[in-house]
Design a protein around this ligand. Sequence first.
Ligand code: SF4
Length: 870
Amino acid sequence: AAEQGIKWTKGVCRFCGTGCGLLVGTKNGKIVATKGDPDCEVNRGLTCMKGYYNSEIIYGKDRLTQPLMRRTNGKFDKNGKFEPVSWKEAFDELEKHWRKAYQELGPTGVGIFGSGQYTIPEGVAVVKLLKAGFRSNNIDPNARLCMASAVVGMYQTFGVDEPSACYHDLEITQNLVLWGNNPAEAHPVLWNRIVAAKRANPGYKIFNIQTHPTLSSRFADVDIIFKPNTDLAIANYILREIMHRGCYDKDFIEKHCIFATGPYDIGYGMRPTEKFAYPAERDTQAKQVKKVLSEDEAIAQRKAPGEAVEQKNAGGPAGNHWQITIEDFKKGVEPYTLEFVSRVAKGNPDESTSDFAKKLKMLADVYCDKANRVLSTGCMGTNQHQRGSWINEQLYAIHLLMGKQAKPGSSMFSLTGQPSACGTCREVGTFSHRLPSDMLVANPAHRAKAEKIWGLPEGTLNGQVGFDAMKMVRGLEDGSMRVLWTQVVNIFQSLPNATHWLKAARKPENFIVVADAYPTFSAKNAADLILPAAMIFEKWGAYGNGERRTNGWSQMVQAPGEAKSDVWMMLEFAKRFKVKECWCEQKLPGGKTLPNVLDKAKAMGIDPEASLYDVVFHNAFAKKVAWPDPLYKGVHCGTAEDLGDGWFPEKALYEEYWQFTQGAHQIAHFDEVVKGHGIVWPYINGKSISYRFNGMYDPFCNGADFLFYGPLMKAIPSGNLDAVTDKTPKPLPGKAKIFFRPYAEAVEVPDSHYDLWFDTGRFMEHWHTGSMTGRVAALHKALPEGMLYMNAADAKARGIADGDRIKITSRRATVFAKACIGGRMPVTRGITFAAFFDENVQMNQLCLDATCPLSLEPDYKKCAIRVEKA
Ligand code: SF4
């Protein structure tokens, strides 16, 4: 009876990368309930508590319904108070600042900070607006803060950024090794599947490799607590054991792998000029590091065993790495003995070294068993890491050596944090170095392909990699970027060292736009202009989850007031700029220029007086698909039935992107993903391919038993993407790289002034900065405030009792919070933990903003703090 009058429509959960399907109940034009979609293979009808409350996130009392601008006496004033304005007034002001920065600084003077919660059509719209329209690669998502290291690890190892495994592996493996991830809190529905598989199979073992116990420890057979950053040393110990025991799969290695090292790689086009940067230089607090270390100095200063192999055994370039022999590799890992690693890596001061060593040996035994199935998972612990790319590469190396990658139940598998970090940021290419479908801005052949599909003159796209997430906020500080538009993200709460970057944003010359559904911390404190955004079921969309599964939904209700979708905002903004303003010669950093392509445009029949909207969006699509009139009908169209199977912007954007995926990712069509219950790509002749790179399953292997370089990379010799020409011979051997990566100590470690480690992460109840889940009464009540989780001995030594108010200080900030001793995060002595969902307790201010030098992803998992009773 309670369900009477409710219409159920298929949707997708917007919290976490698991990608659970939902059924969304609407009644009288409102969403009234959500429940798990029984036909979605991911969750089989289940949801976690966040999924269950998707229905309530839309109806917070303070939902934004009108643009708000800082004004005094009716005029924009950076120090004024927020006042409601019309969309026209909002865009007039934004246009003024955007045009000025664009004209004075060139395409890198403006930028958009996006999100792994972007829908796929939103990702396509932003990539087209910036990369094709404004010729700016300054678009980077918060996925840079969450999975960029996994991307680089995969790119460097396989030549493509495509996970080979699927969630089913979690159930059919015999040994699950969690490297720095806590699925019990962060991927609850997957954890449910894992626990069910373990209960059904008593032989199923879970190894939990963490810097402190977590909720996942409760089902772990072995908890390995390591000192922060020493996972690199543990991985090298496993690699050494594999070498010493001689259990590696010789045939597999000979056919499918090469050995490599090299301290940097520019092959994926991220930082062609910076090469190797010692992470300390990226910490704003480390300005005392007077000069940027040269590559050789950086190497020389690190003392870890095995380091020398990088120089001594450098046998010549293999792409952007140095190819080494298996003998070199053995020499590299040789110093990582059980004795050395158990001494260096033991993280629990209350555990004996011999007990820790026993656990390491048990882990090595599992990895060295030729016959078993092993699945290693990585997530934020492996990604938000000063050597995040390296630890990802090392875990692939373990699996490749044993011939246990891309096989059912055996792989290294990167779990995703956000609902469409894979589908939108990685696959569509909203990173500053990417183009759709694994392509790269730095690669001329890739740019040419994108220009062809998008109908742009040759040379339109900018080959210079744009500003990554941290470089954008540095740009606001150093004046190299002056307008930042954030979409579906709350960066001034979530960035490491957040207060520092908030100050940069508030510099008088900068103009900050925050598009969001609620007055987030960023909106209230950093924005000059707030744009009210439509939320998930108020627009059409699709997400792509961590196992390459695309799942779409239709618009079910209207957004409140004047709130608009991000697609609408971008299309509307594109109307205000003429082609001739953007496709003329443009200056780039480093004294380079982008050529004038207006003559070529004219030769193609493009009117330079036309708007970016007409040329980049409407004209390009009109050639292929019929657009409705008015264009915006699809954005604020009412219900799904009103549209039927007609075209509208989201569908057209998706379908144009679909063309990029043909012969590569091969995603399903928009109508199929909206109607279906999650479709895994590659999707060929109506059938999904579960395992990539494995010839038994993947037709892209072209008959080979394994092929690790995907179709786009097959034609690229030695991984050097810039070397591709039409004459490049093909096909090339599809080999994966097994990297030797030395252990390096963390940039900031506890000392006498800041004597505790600080780690951050998520709890099940809240999503990211809590701007949505914090407005759901039940979730807020379940976990109302951010606390610092401490070990009882550490608390006692400081005279702190459970629930006491404490003062937490790092080299970057001071935060006041409550202490929680033990609880569900029973941290080990010497380490503390906090989640970052509470805007009243800005925990990420404390974090170090050092990044992995390859992925440029910050490390949220380790820095040093001091804790006192307040
Ligand atoms: Fe949503 Fe993730 Fe929970 Fe599934 S596990 S219901 S995707 S938050």
